[in-house]
Structure formats: structure tokens, C-alpha cells
Design a protein. Structure first.
Length: 135
């Protein structure tokens, strides 16, 4: 079955592609972004992040990196409703980088109509959040 795809808008991030890449290449940084009220347990290493919330556990891994341009993340094979996400970066100047996120989500066919719009909204919010992180 073909995955559900969502592509964010392109955002301009006020930092260098090297700093942004370094930040997102270390999944331990995800722990800093989850608010305490999220009621999630997160255990992370540089390349793997395990999240347990609402009785569900999933593992996200860095699958591929292209220095200063691409970080590809994904869930482990066989994960229920797994996903793959790409963070693409393009240097615009010394202190400005364009960023875009693409997600492919493995969701059941019956859930697609209700999730498609929410996934699109969510991925654009994530892209906007890229601009606010203190790299």
C-alpha cells in the first residue's frame, strides 16, 4: 500500500545549515522539545529515540544523512502506523537556511481521509517550529 504523503511549506531558518544539521543529527535533542505535560517517556541516543506515550511505544532512527542537506528518520520495520520523515536543508547565506519536511506515513486506508488534512496542518506547524529552535 502506498504511504500517505505530506510535504511542508518551505521555511527560512535564521541559522546556518551546519548548525541545524548538527542539531537534528542528534536525536537526544528531541527530549528538550517535549513539554513535561506531554506525559511521554523518551529515551534517546544520538541515532535512536524511543517514545512511550498512552500505552504505545515506537522507535525512531536516523536512517540516512547527507551532510548539511538531508536527515532521514523513520520508525522500525513492522511498526504499526510507521513513518519516514525527511528534513531537507538548503543554505541561502551564512546565517539563513531554507528547510522543508516530508513525511510518508503508513496508515490504514479507512483512516486516510481524516488524517490527510491533519497531517498537512501538523507538518506545516513543525516547519514553522524549525524557525524557533535555538540552534
Amino acid at each position: 500500500m502506498k504511504p500517505l504523503e505530506a510535504v511542508s511549506k518551505v521555511v527560512k531558518i535564521g541559522n546556518s545549515d551546519q548548525r541545524i544539521f548538527a542539531y537534528w543529527s542528534d536525536l537526544r535533542n528531541i527530549q528538550r522539545m517535549i513539554p513535561p505535560e506531554a506525559d511521554a517517556e523518551i529515551n534517546a541516543t544520538e541515532d535512536t529515540c524511543t517514545v512511550t506515550a498512552k500505552g504505545m511505544t515506537f522507535v525512531v532512527k536516523i536512517l540516512e544523512k547527507e551532510e548539511y542537506k538531508l536527515i532521514k528518520l523513520g520508525t522500525e520495520e513492522g511498526t504499526k502506523m510507521g513513518f519516514t520523515a525527511w528534513l531537507q536543508l538548503k543554505s541561502l547565506s551564512e546565517y539563513e537556511t531554507a528547510g522543508r519536511i516530508t513525511i510518508h506515513a503508513d496508515v490504514p486506508l479507512l483512516m486516510r481521509p481524516m488524517l490527510k488534512g491533519k497531517l498537512g496542518e501538523g507538518i506545516n506547524r513543525l516547519a514553522d517550529a524549525l524557525k524557533m529552535i535555538p540552534y
